[in-house]
Design a protein around this ligand. Sequence first.
Ligand code: UDX
Length: 435
Amino acid sequence: MNITMIGTGYVGLVTGTCFAEFGHHVTCVDKIEAKITQLKAGKIPIYEPGLDLLVTKNVNEGRLQFTTQLEKAIPEAEAIFIAVGTPTSRRGDGYADLTYIYAAAKEVAHHLKGYTVIIDKSTVPVGTARQVARIIKEENPEADFNVASNPEFLREGAAISDFMRPDRVVIGVESDRSEQVLREVYKPLFLRDTPIVSTTIETAELTKYAANAFLAVKISFINEMAAVCEAVGANVSDLAKGIGMDGRIGNKFLHPGPGYGGSCFPKDTLALMRIVQEHGESVRIVEAAVEVNAAQKARMVKKIRDMLGGSESGKTIAILGLTFKPETDDMREAPAATILPALLEKGAHIKAHDPKGMKEAKEYLPESIEYMESSYDACKDADAVVLMTEWNQYRALDLERVKALMKEPVFIDLRNVYEAETMKAAGFRYTGVGK
Ligand code: UDX
């Protein structure tokens, strides 16, 4: 099958590459020439484990190609996926900015040949696919096409395995013909018994927001429970086990931390709130989750301050991990981007380390931060260590070495990686979240 992917950002590149791995012929299109040149040379602009190998393999086997020329990639395609960016609008009102989606629709319209399905892969407000259809019809009344919605549920850092072994695939379609095309696209998964949930277009569009909002609620719930545990002297990890083993609740996404971040949860919760408001309704639980998440970051600043004896002024703080989660270099909405400036403002000196994210971090964080070559360099002469992101390499630190390097043995574990008893036995003043 011939597939065109418009947009080689995170979602477009992973999805396009995985479709090629399924055996389809995929052309990935992007307007940014430098990006396409880079991709053609086998260089991947983002860090995603396993993606480079998969791109190279599929390019070499002739199933995956990159181009800036949309007009060449459209006529042959049976399915065209739109995976361009939908950032939160510059107006700062929480709406998703759909400029790129509509521009892509307009351009596609003129080059369509034969029956084609145009599928929104980007996370877009309910009604966007219908708008895309309207634009295409306006631009090219003769075009033979259907629109569809096919939301992605990929986690950064695990995107390829999420794609190849999804819990489900959601397709929102308006005709049997377009459903058949999408089923064909996902046939390799269907053969592996992956459930395909076929819905209306609007339901599919909303399903993506509902899934992310629910997960954000789950995280904010456990973060609030962590605060309750601290107040009453309970242990949130045991509590999470105690509730998570109930199949109705589930044990995933019950890890307390410094608040959720990334390119999806913060953006999609706000966008959902706006969509719902426009329809005269409200999603108060989601609003609360967003508030709790902001409060959680502030709470972490206070936790660090308390562990430093009430003031961070003049103190050196080692930060281990900057990205919003491990196995990515993505700094978008990373808790570090809120917590670190707050500490610096009160006069702290920060020495930071991240295995993959330091280059990206420099764009997001104040200049005064010192970036260190290794976690141990960061710990040298520190008054406290803050474990911010649970990269594997921070899970088995040489604790004796860390302690010997530090000025004060204070360890603040914002991801509950270590056991309090172990840390106390190793001579640290230790705190986690909710313990
Ligand atoms: C998420 C969704 O999981 C994915 O399905 C969607 O399509 C895109 O958004 P992603 O943002 O890559 O994926 O990361 P995820 O692993 O979901 O983590 C999001 C944030 O929540 C991270 O900041 C993470 O640290 C935090 N988190 C996650 C917690 O604090 N606790 C948890 O238990 C789980």
